[in-house]
Design a protein around this ligand. Sequence first.
Ligand code: NAP
Length: 250
Amino acid sequence: MDSFTDKVVLVTGGGAGIGRAAALRFAARGARVIVTGRRAEPLRALGAANPGVTFTAADAANPDDASRTVQSAIDRYGRLDVLVNNAGAGAILPLARATAKEIAAIFAANVIGPSLLAAAALPYLADTGGSIVNVSSTFGRKAAAALSHYAASKAALDHLTRCWALELAGMGVRVNAVAAGPTETEFLMERMGLSEAEAEAVKADERRRIPLGRRGTPDEVAHWIVALAAPAAAWITGQVVTVDGGLGIP
Ligand SMILES: NC(=O)c1ccc[n+]([C@@H]2O[C@H](COP(=O)([O-])OP(=O)(O)OC[C@H]3O[C@@H](n4cnc5c(N)ncnc54)[C@H](OP(=O)(O)O)[C@@H]3O)[C@@H](O)[C@H]2O)c1
């Protein structure tokens, strides 16, 4: 098993869902993990229950929070080995009613935030030979009606992953992404703003369309986030690994 002993890992949106599962997996392998989220309370509870996990309240969609977030890891531990850009925003947004504000909110969380966090983290990742793992979506590659701006923001994140991999390879920094398929988290209700009935209808439809017949668990996605950051992946960069029960098979 790869060890992250003495490594410092920053996971945005680590209080729930995929980010939380990844934070716990990193911590179980010996990492000191800092999770972020906009609400402090769930993060405080996570840290209290899990030695090795601390938190910084920060909004990945707020450009002013990026350098403060990275600095909090440096102030606490003096180094940074892994940045997981996990926090994301999405919306069911048919083109006919898309507004500039809603489109900007999606790109702020899914494209601008990860970019500014990566830029702020870069000198520290270069010092440690570290890596970045971006959390993308099957819909970064697969087209989806009424999800165009979410899907396009994840397509942008996929391509940022490849471009940064080229740009940062000379500094010894690897950049990869995990493109998740429909996963059992609060994303549909909390992030997409669906009612319980709407979320259940989407889930039933997804189960029908996923070749392996079910939605994934956060831990099934988190496994690959940790794997791409691990020493065993030292020769992997610029890749988007799809973890989606086969939904994205062309
Ligand atoms: N779930 C899926 O089906 C699915 C599928 C494909 C891809 N993904 C991607 O996987 C990532 C994680 O999704 P998830 O479903 O695990 O999320 P989630 O369960 O909806 O939320 C995870 C955490 O993110 C935090 N968060 C949300 N917006 C944030 C922001 N702007 N800054 C900092 N923290 C923020 C939330 O806490 P606060 O509200 O307190 O900030 C929450 O604790 C996203 O990038 C998403 O696009 C998810």
